[in-house]
Design a protein around this ligand. Structure first.
Ligand code: GLA
Length: 755
């Protein structure tokens, strides 16, 4: 890994064994993008990769009497463009100026190359543990007229095909400026032969994969909801049309941010594709006085020539090792049971202990008490904001219950929704001005709640005091931090009119700050983020909470699609996944407890039900499931994931496999939504195995009892080239591998062991 500056043609080359990222300073000092992709040999003379041209109708260069029609910013691939001065495309930066102008012209001044990677104050970022793991390039550009500096940060890691980027704007003019848009990264690609992949959906249907060819114009994903949203995940990928899960080129753009964002691909008339990703400009305006600066969130760009799965594995490795922090990064996550779908708001100490002691009996490690334990929270009309125990429900307090749960030999966890308030709450009665609301107008409610004005430090301080009092008083090992509605009417009574454009961003900065304080004070607490399921399931959150509640939809089959999509970026160790009751509470679908577990195994495993309500057989199966997953979860959490069959395309079949780093063990899952009679033959081509080794293949019918397949050991090459047969006898193929009539909503788990 190295970052080279070639003085002769003023090019930068950032490279490691797998990728290169090349930048040039143009003859007039603008910063141009040369290349991002598979590793190139380092040499002087890379600047020829930039195509200069004039172009009809494109503004040509003119300055101090020098006219150069062969040079137009509109025709140059740029690193961090701004609109209006030559370049007429969508830019990365917009700065409002005292005279009303928004024109900028940043030119190269200097750069710095150093070992390691800086942290970004108050923001999530990937990190190094030792300086030798990464190198950083900081390029300073200046707009002399505006007396403003733009510092672009690029870090490259030794071991990951990734570049971390962000930008900082420093104001040196006494007149001040207002940053109206500042992307985290911009990448101009020399052609548009890509398809854009996005993760989209809605509440309880998060992270579905959509893939569409680029076309001239803009294609974007975004959030203006105050959180990163269930509707679009803050991520996009560009894939070559021929790229599949296992081969071909894929470029990933992932934003480490949990608020409003915009990520887009803009194809211009030259077929240049400009990708920008960063904070959404709508509702954003950040004034800077002389001497002040603004740091953007970080974006992580990944290149893979091993298809989409290759890109995902790069994100998984980087994010699970160098974004997730603290104690829980390197420790097995506890198997938890959450009471939400078991009791909803109907919490009593007796019920909690009944559930917890049965859960303990079955092998669960952590009991989590969800919404309803505090204030007057008997329903969702009241109580949010009042984070003190409801003694009618828990006469001995949280501590009393937590101590009893701990005495059972389990850990205890608690639900909070710190950013919200109900009108019917002591907090709101005491501080009606603590709600986000435009003056003189009413504020919309969602789920009968308002959003607290987290841009205010006094609000954040209040929540810190309330939460730390509870967490310091009782043996709490886990916190589920929820955020159950989008933000609207965003206006803060605490700030003057010219600061209102800072409120969205300040809110999320204070969420990060509160996480940081609690994390520092309670380093062993495992945080799980949640926002009505996956409305804040993003890379930024992973810096504070190593796992997130992937979706409020706990139906096993719906979850296949959700987890399949989420795994495009996020490591399986971050996907909260639970077995819930059947019929399912969201969809009334009936599935076996084996099918439900098979999906949930491929995340951070747990339960979301009352085990006392289950049959003796299901209880016994839970005991086996926990024993089983503890034996194999290291492959799922530390191994490599290969997605094999896409649930959106394959007629209701889906499959994936996790392979241990040394390829000696693997665990695969095959899901079939509907059984068909006299169906086509089916098989799944596995991936990631050692082609030269033989594997013992077993399948688990009820998800826990491995039965060796009747044909003995199989070659890794056969399993990857021909595939693993999944046809069953109802298809008319009586090869005797699988039992008859396995039915709809089938999940099979396969275990592979190298001989
Ligand atoms: C959200 C969460 C659920 C549960 C409820 C409680 O919907 O996603 O898991 O915690 O809130 O109100």
């Amino acid at each position: 890994m190295a970052i080279q500056f070639h003085e002769s043609d003023r090019t930068f080359h950032l490279y490691n064994d797998s990728v290169s990222y090349c930048i040039a300073v143009t003859k007039y000092g603008h910063l141009a993008g040369l290349y991002f992709g598979k590793r190139l040999r380092d040499r002087d003379g890379l600047s020829h990769l930039l195509e200069y041209s004039g172009g009809n109708q494109s503004p040509g260069f003119y300055e101090d009497g020098v006219e150069d029609p062969s040079y137009s910013l509109n025709e140059i691939r740029q690193e961090y463009p701004s609109f209006g001065h030559g370049d007429l495309r969508q830019g990365a930066l917009v700065i409002g100026q005292k005279d009303g102008s928004r024109i900028m012209d940043f030119r190269y001044v200097t750069h710095r190359i150093y070992d390691g990677k800086p942290q970004l104050a108050g923001l999530p970022a990937v990190y190094t543990e030792e300086d030798g793991e990464a190198q950083t390039l900081e390029i300073t550009l200046r707009d002399e007229w505006l007396q403003t500096d733009l510092i672009l940060l690029y870090s490259i890691f030794n071991d990951y095909p990734a570049i971390a980027r962000s930008a900082r704007i420093e104001c040196h003019t006494p007149e001040g400026i207002t940053v109206l848009q500042a992307a985290s990264a911009c990448l101009d690609l020399p052609d548009s032969g890509y398809e854009m992949l996005e993760l989209a959906g809605g509440w309880a249907r998060e992270c579905h994969m959509y893939r569409n060819p680029l076309r001239p114009g803009i294609q974007s994903v975004y959030s203006r909801r105050g959180n990163s949203s269930s509707q679009f995940n803050p991520f996009l990928a560009l894939l070559r049309p021929e790229a599949t899960e296992t081969c071909g080129e894929a470029l990933g753009f992932s934003l480490l941010y949990s608020g409003n964002y915009l990520a887009q691909a803009d194809v211009d008339y030259r077929d240049v594709t400009r990708v920008t990703i960063g904070i959404h400009p709508d509702g954003f305006a950040w004034p800077l006085a002389e001497g002040q600066s603004f740091q953007t969130p970080e974006a992580v760009l990944v290149y893979s020539d091993e298809g989409l799965s290759g890109m995902s594995r790069a994100y998984h490795r980087l994010y699970s090792r160098r974004l997730v922090r603290g104690y829980w990064r390197d420790h097995e996550r506890p198997i938890l049971l959450n009471n939400w779908e078991a009791t909803y708001f109907g919490i009593t100490e007796e019920k909690m202990l009944n559930i917890a002691s049965k859960a303990r009996d079955l092998g669960v490690d952590l009991f989590v008490m969800d919404d309803g334990w505090f204030g007057t929270r008997n329903h969702d009309h009241a109580g949010l904001g009042d984070w003190y125990v409801n003694r009618d429900k828990l006469p001995q307090g949280v501590r009393g219950l937590a101590e009893k749960v701990t005495a059972l030999g389990m850990k205890f966890g608690l639900w909070f929704e710190p950013e919200m308030v109900n009108e019917d709450s002591d907090l709101y009665r005491a501080h009606p001005d603590w709600v986000l609301r435009t003056p003189g107008r009413s504020a919309s409610k969602t789920r009968h709640q308002w959003v607290l004005d987290f841009s205010r430090d006094d609000v954040m301080e209040n929540l810190y005091q309330q939460m730390s009092a509870i967490l310091g008083d009782a043996p709490v090992s886990y916190v589920k931090w929820d955020m159950n509605r989008s933000m609207s009417e965003v206006y803060s009574a605490a700030y003057p009119p010219e600061q209102q454009g800072t409120v969205y961003h300040r809110c999320i900065l204070n969420v990060y700050a509160l996480y940081e304080r609690l994390h520092a004070e309670f380093p062993h607490i495992l945080f799980e983020s949640c926002a009505g399921g996956g409305a804040r399931f993003d890379a930024g959150m992973l810096y504070y909470a190593p796992q997130g509640w992937t979706s409020d939809d706990t139906d096993a089959m719906e979850r296949v699609s959700i987890q399949y999509g989420a795994s495009v970026v996020y490591p399986l160790s971050s996907l909260g996944a639970h077995v819930s009751a059947s019929p399912n509470h969201q969809l009334s679908r009936v599935t076996s407890i084996a099918t439900r577990a098979a999906t949930a195994y491929f995340g951070t495993f747990g339960y979301e039900l009352d085990p006392n309500q289950l049959s003796a057989e299901d209880q016994a199966e839970i005991r086996e499931q926990i024993r089983f997953i503890k034996q194999y979860r290291h492959i799922i959490h530390q191994g490599d994931l290969y997605r094999l069959e896409n649930p959106y395309e394959n007629n209701g079949e889906a499959a994936w496999i996790c392979v241990s780093p040394d390829r000696s063990q693997a665990i695969a899952a095959y899901f079939r939504f509907r059984q068909h009679i006299t169906a086509p033959l089916s098989r799944i081509r596995l991936a990631g195995l050692d082609p030269d080794a033989d594997y013992k293949v077993s399948y688990c019918r009820n998800s826990t009892e491995p039965v060796e397949l009747p044909f003995g050991p199989v070659g890794g090459d056969e399993l990857m080239q021909y595939g693993l047969i999944t046809s069953d006898s109802r298809s008319g193929i009586h090869n005797g591998i699988y039992p008859d009539r396995e039915g709809d909503y089938l999940a099979r788990i396969y275990l592979l062991e190298k001989l």
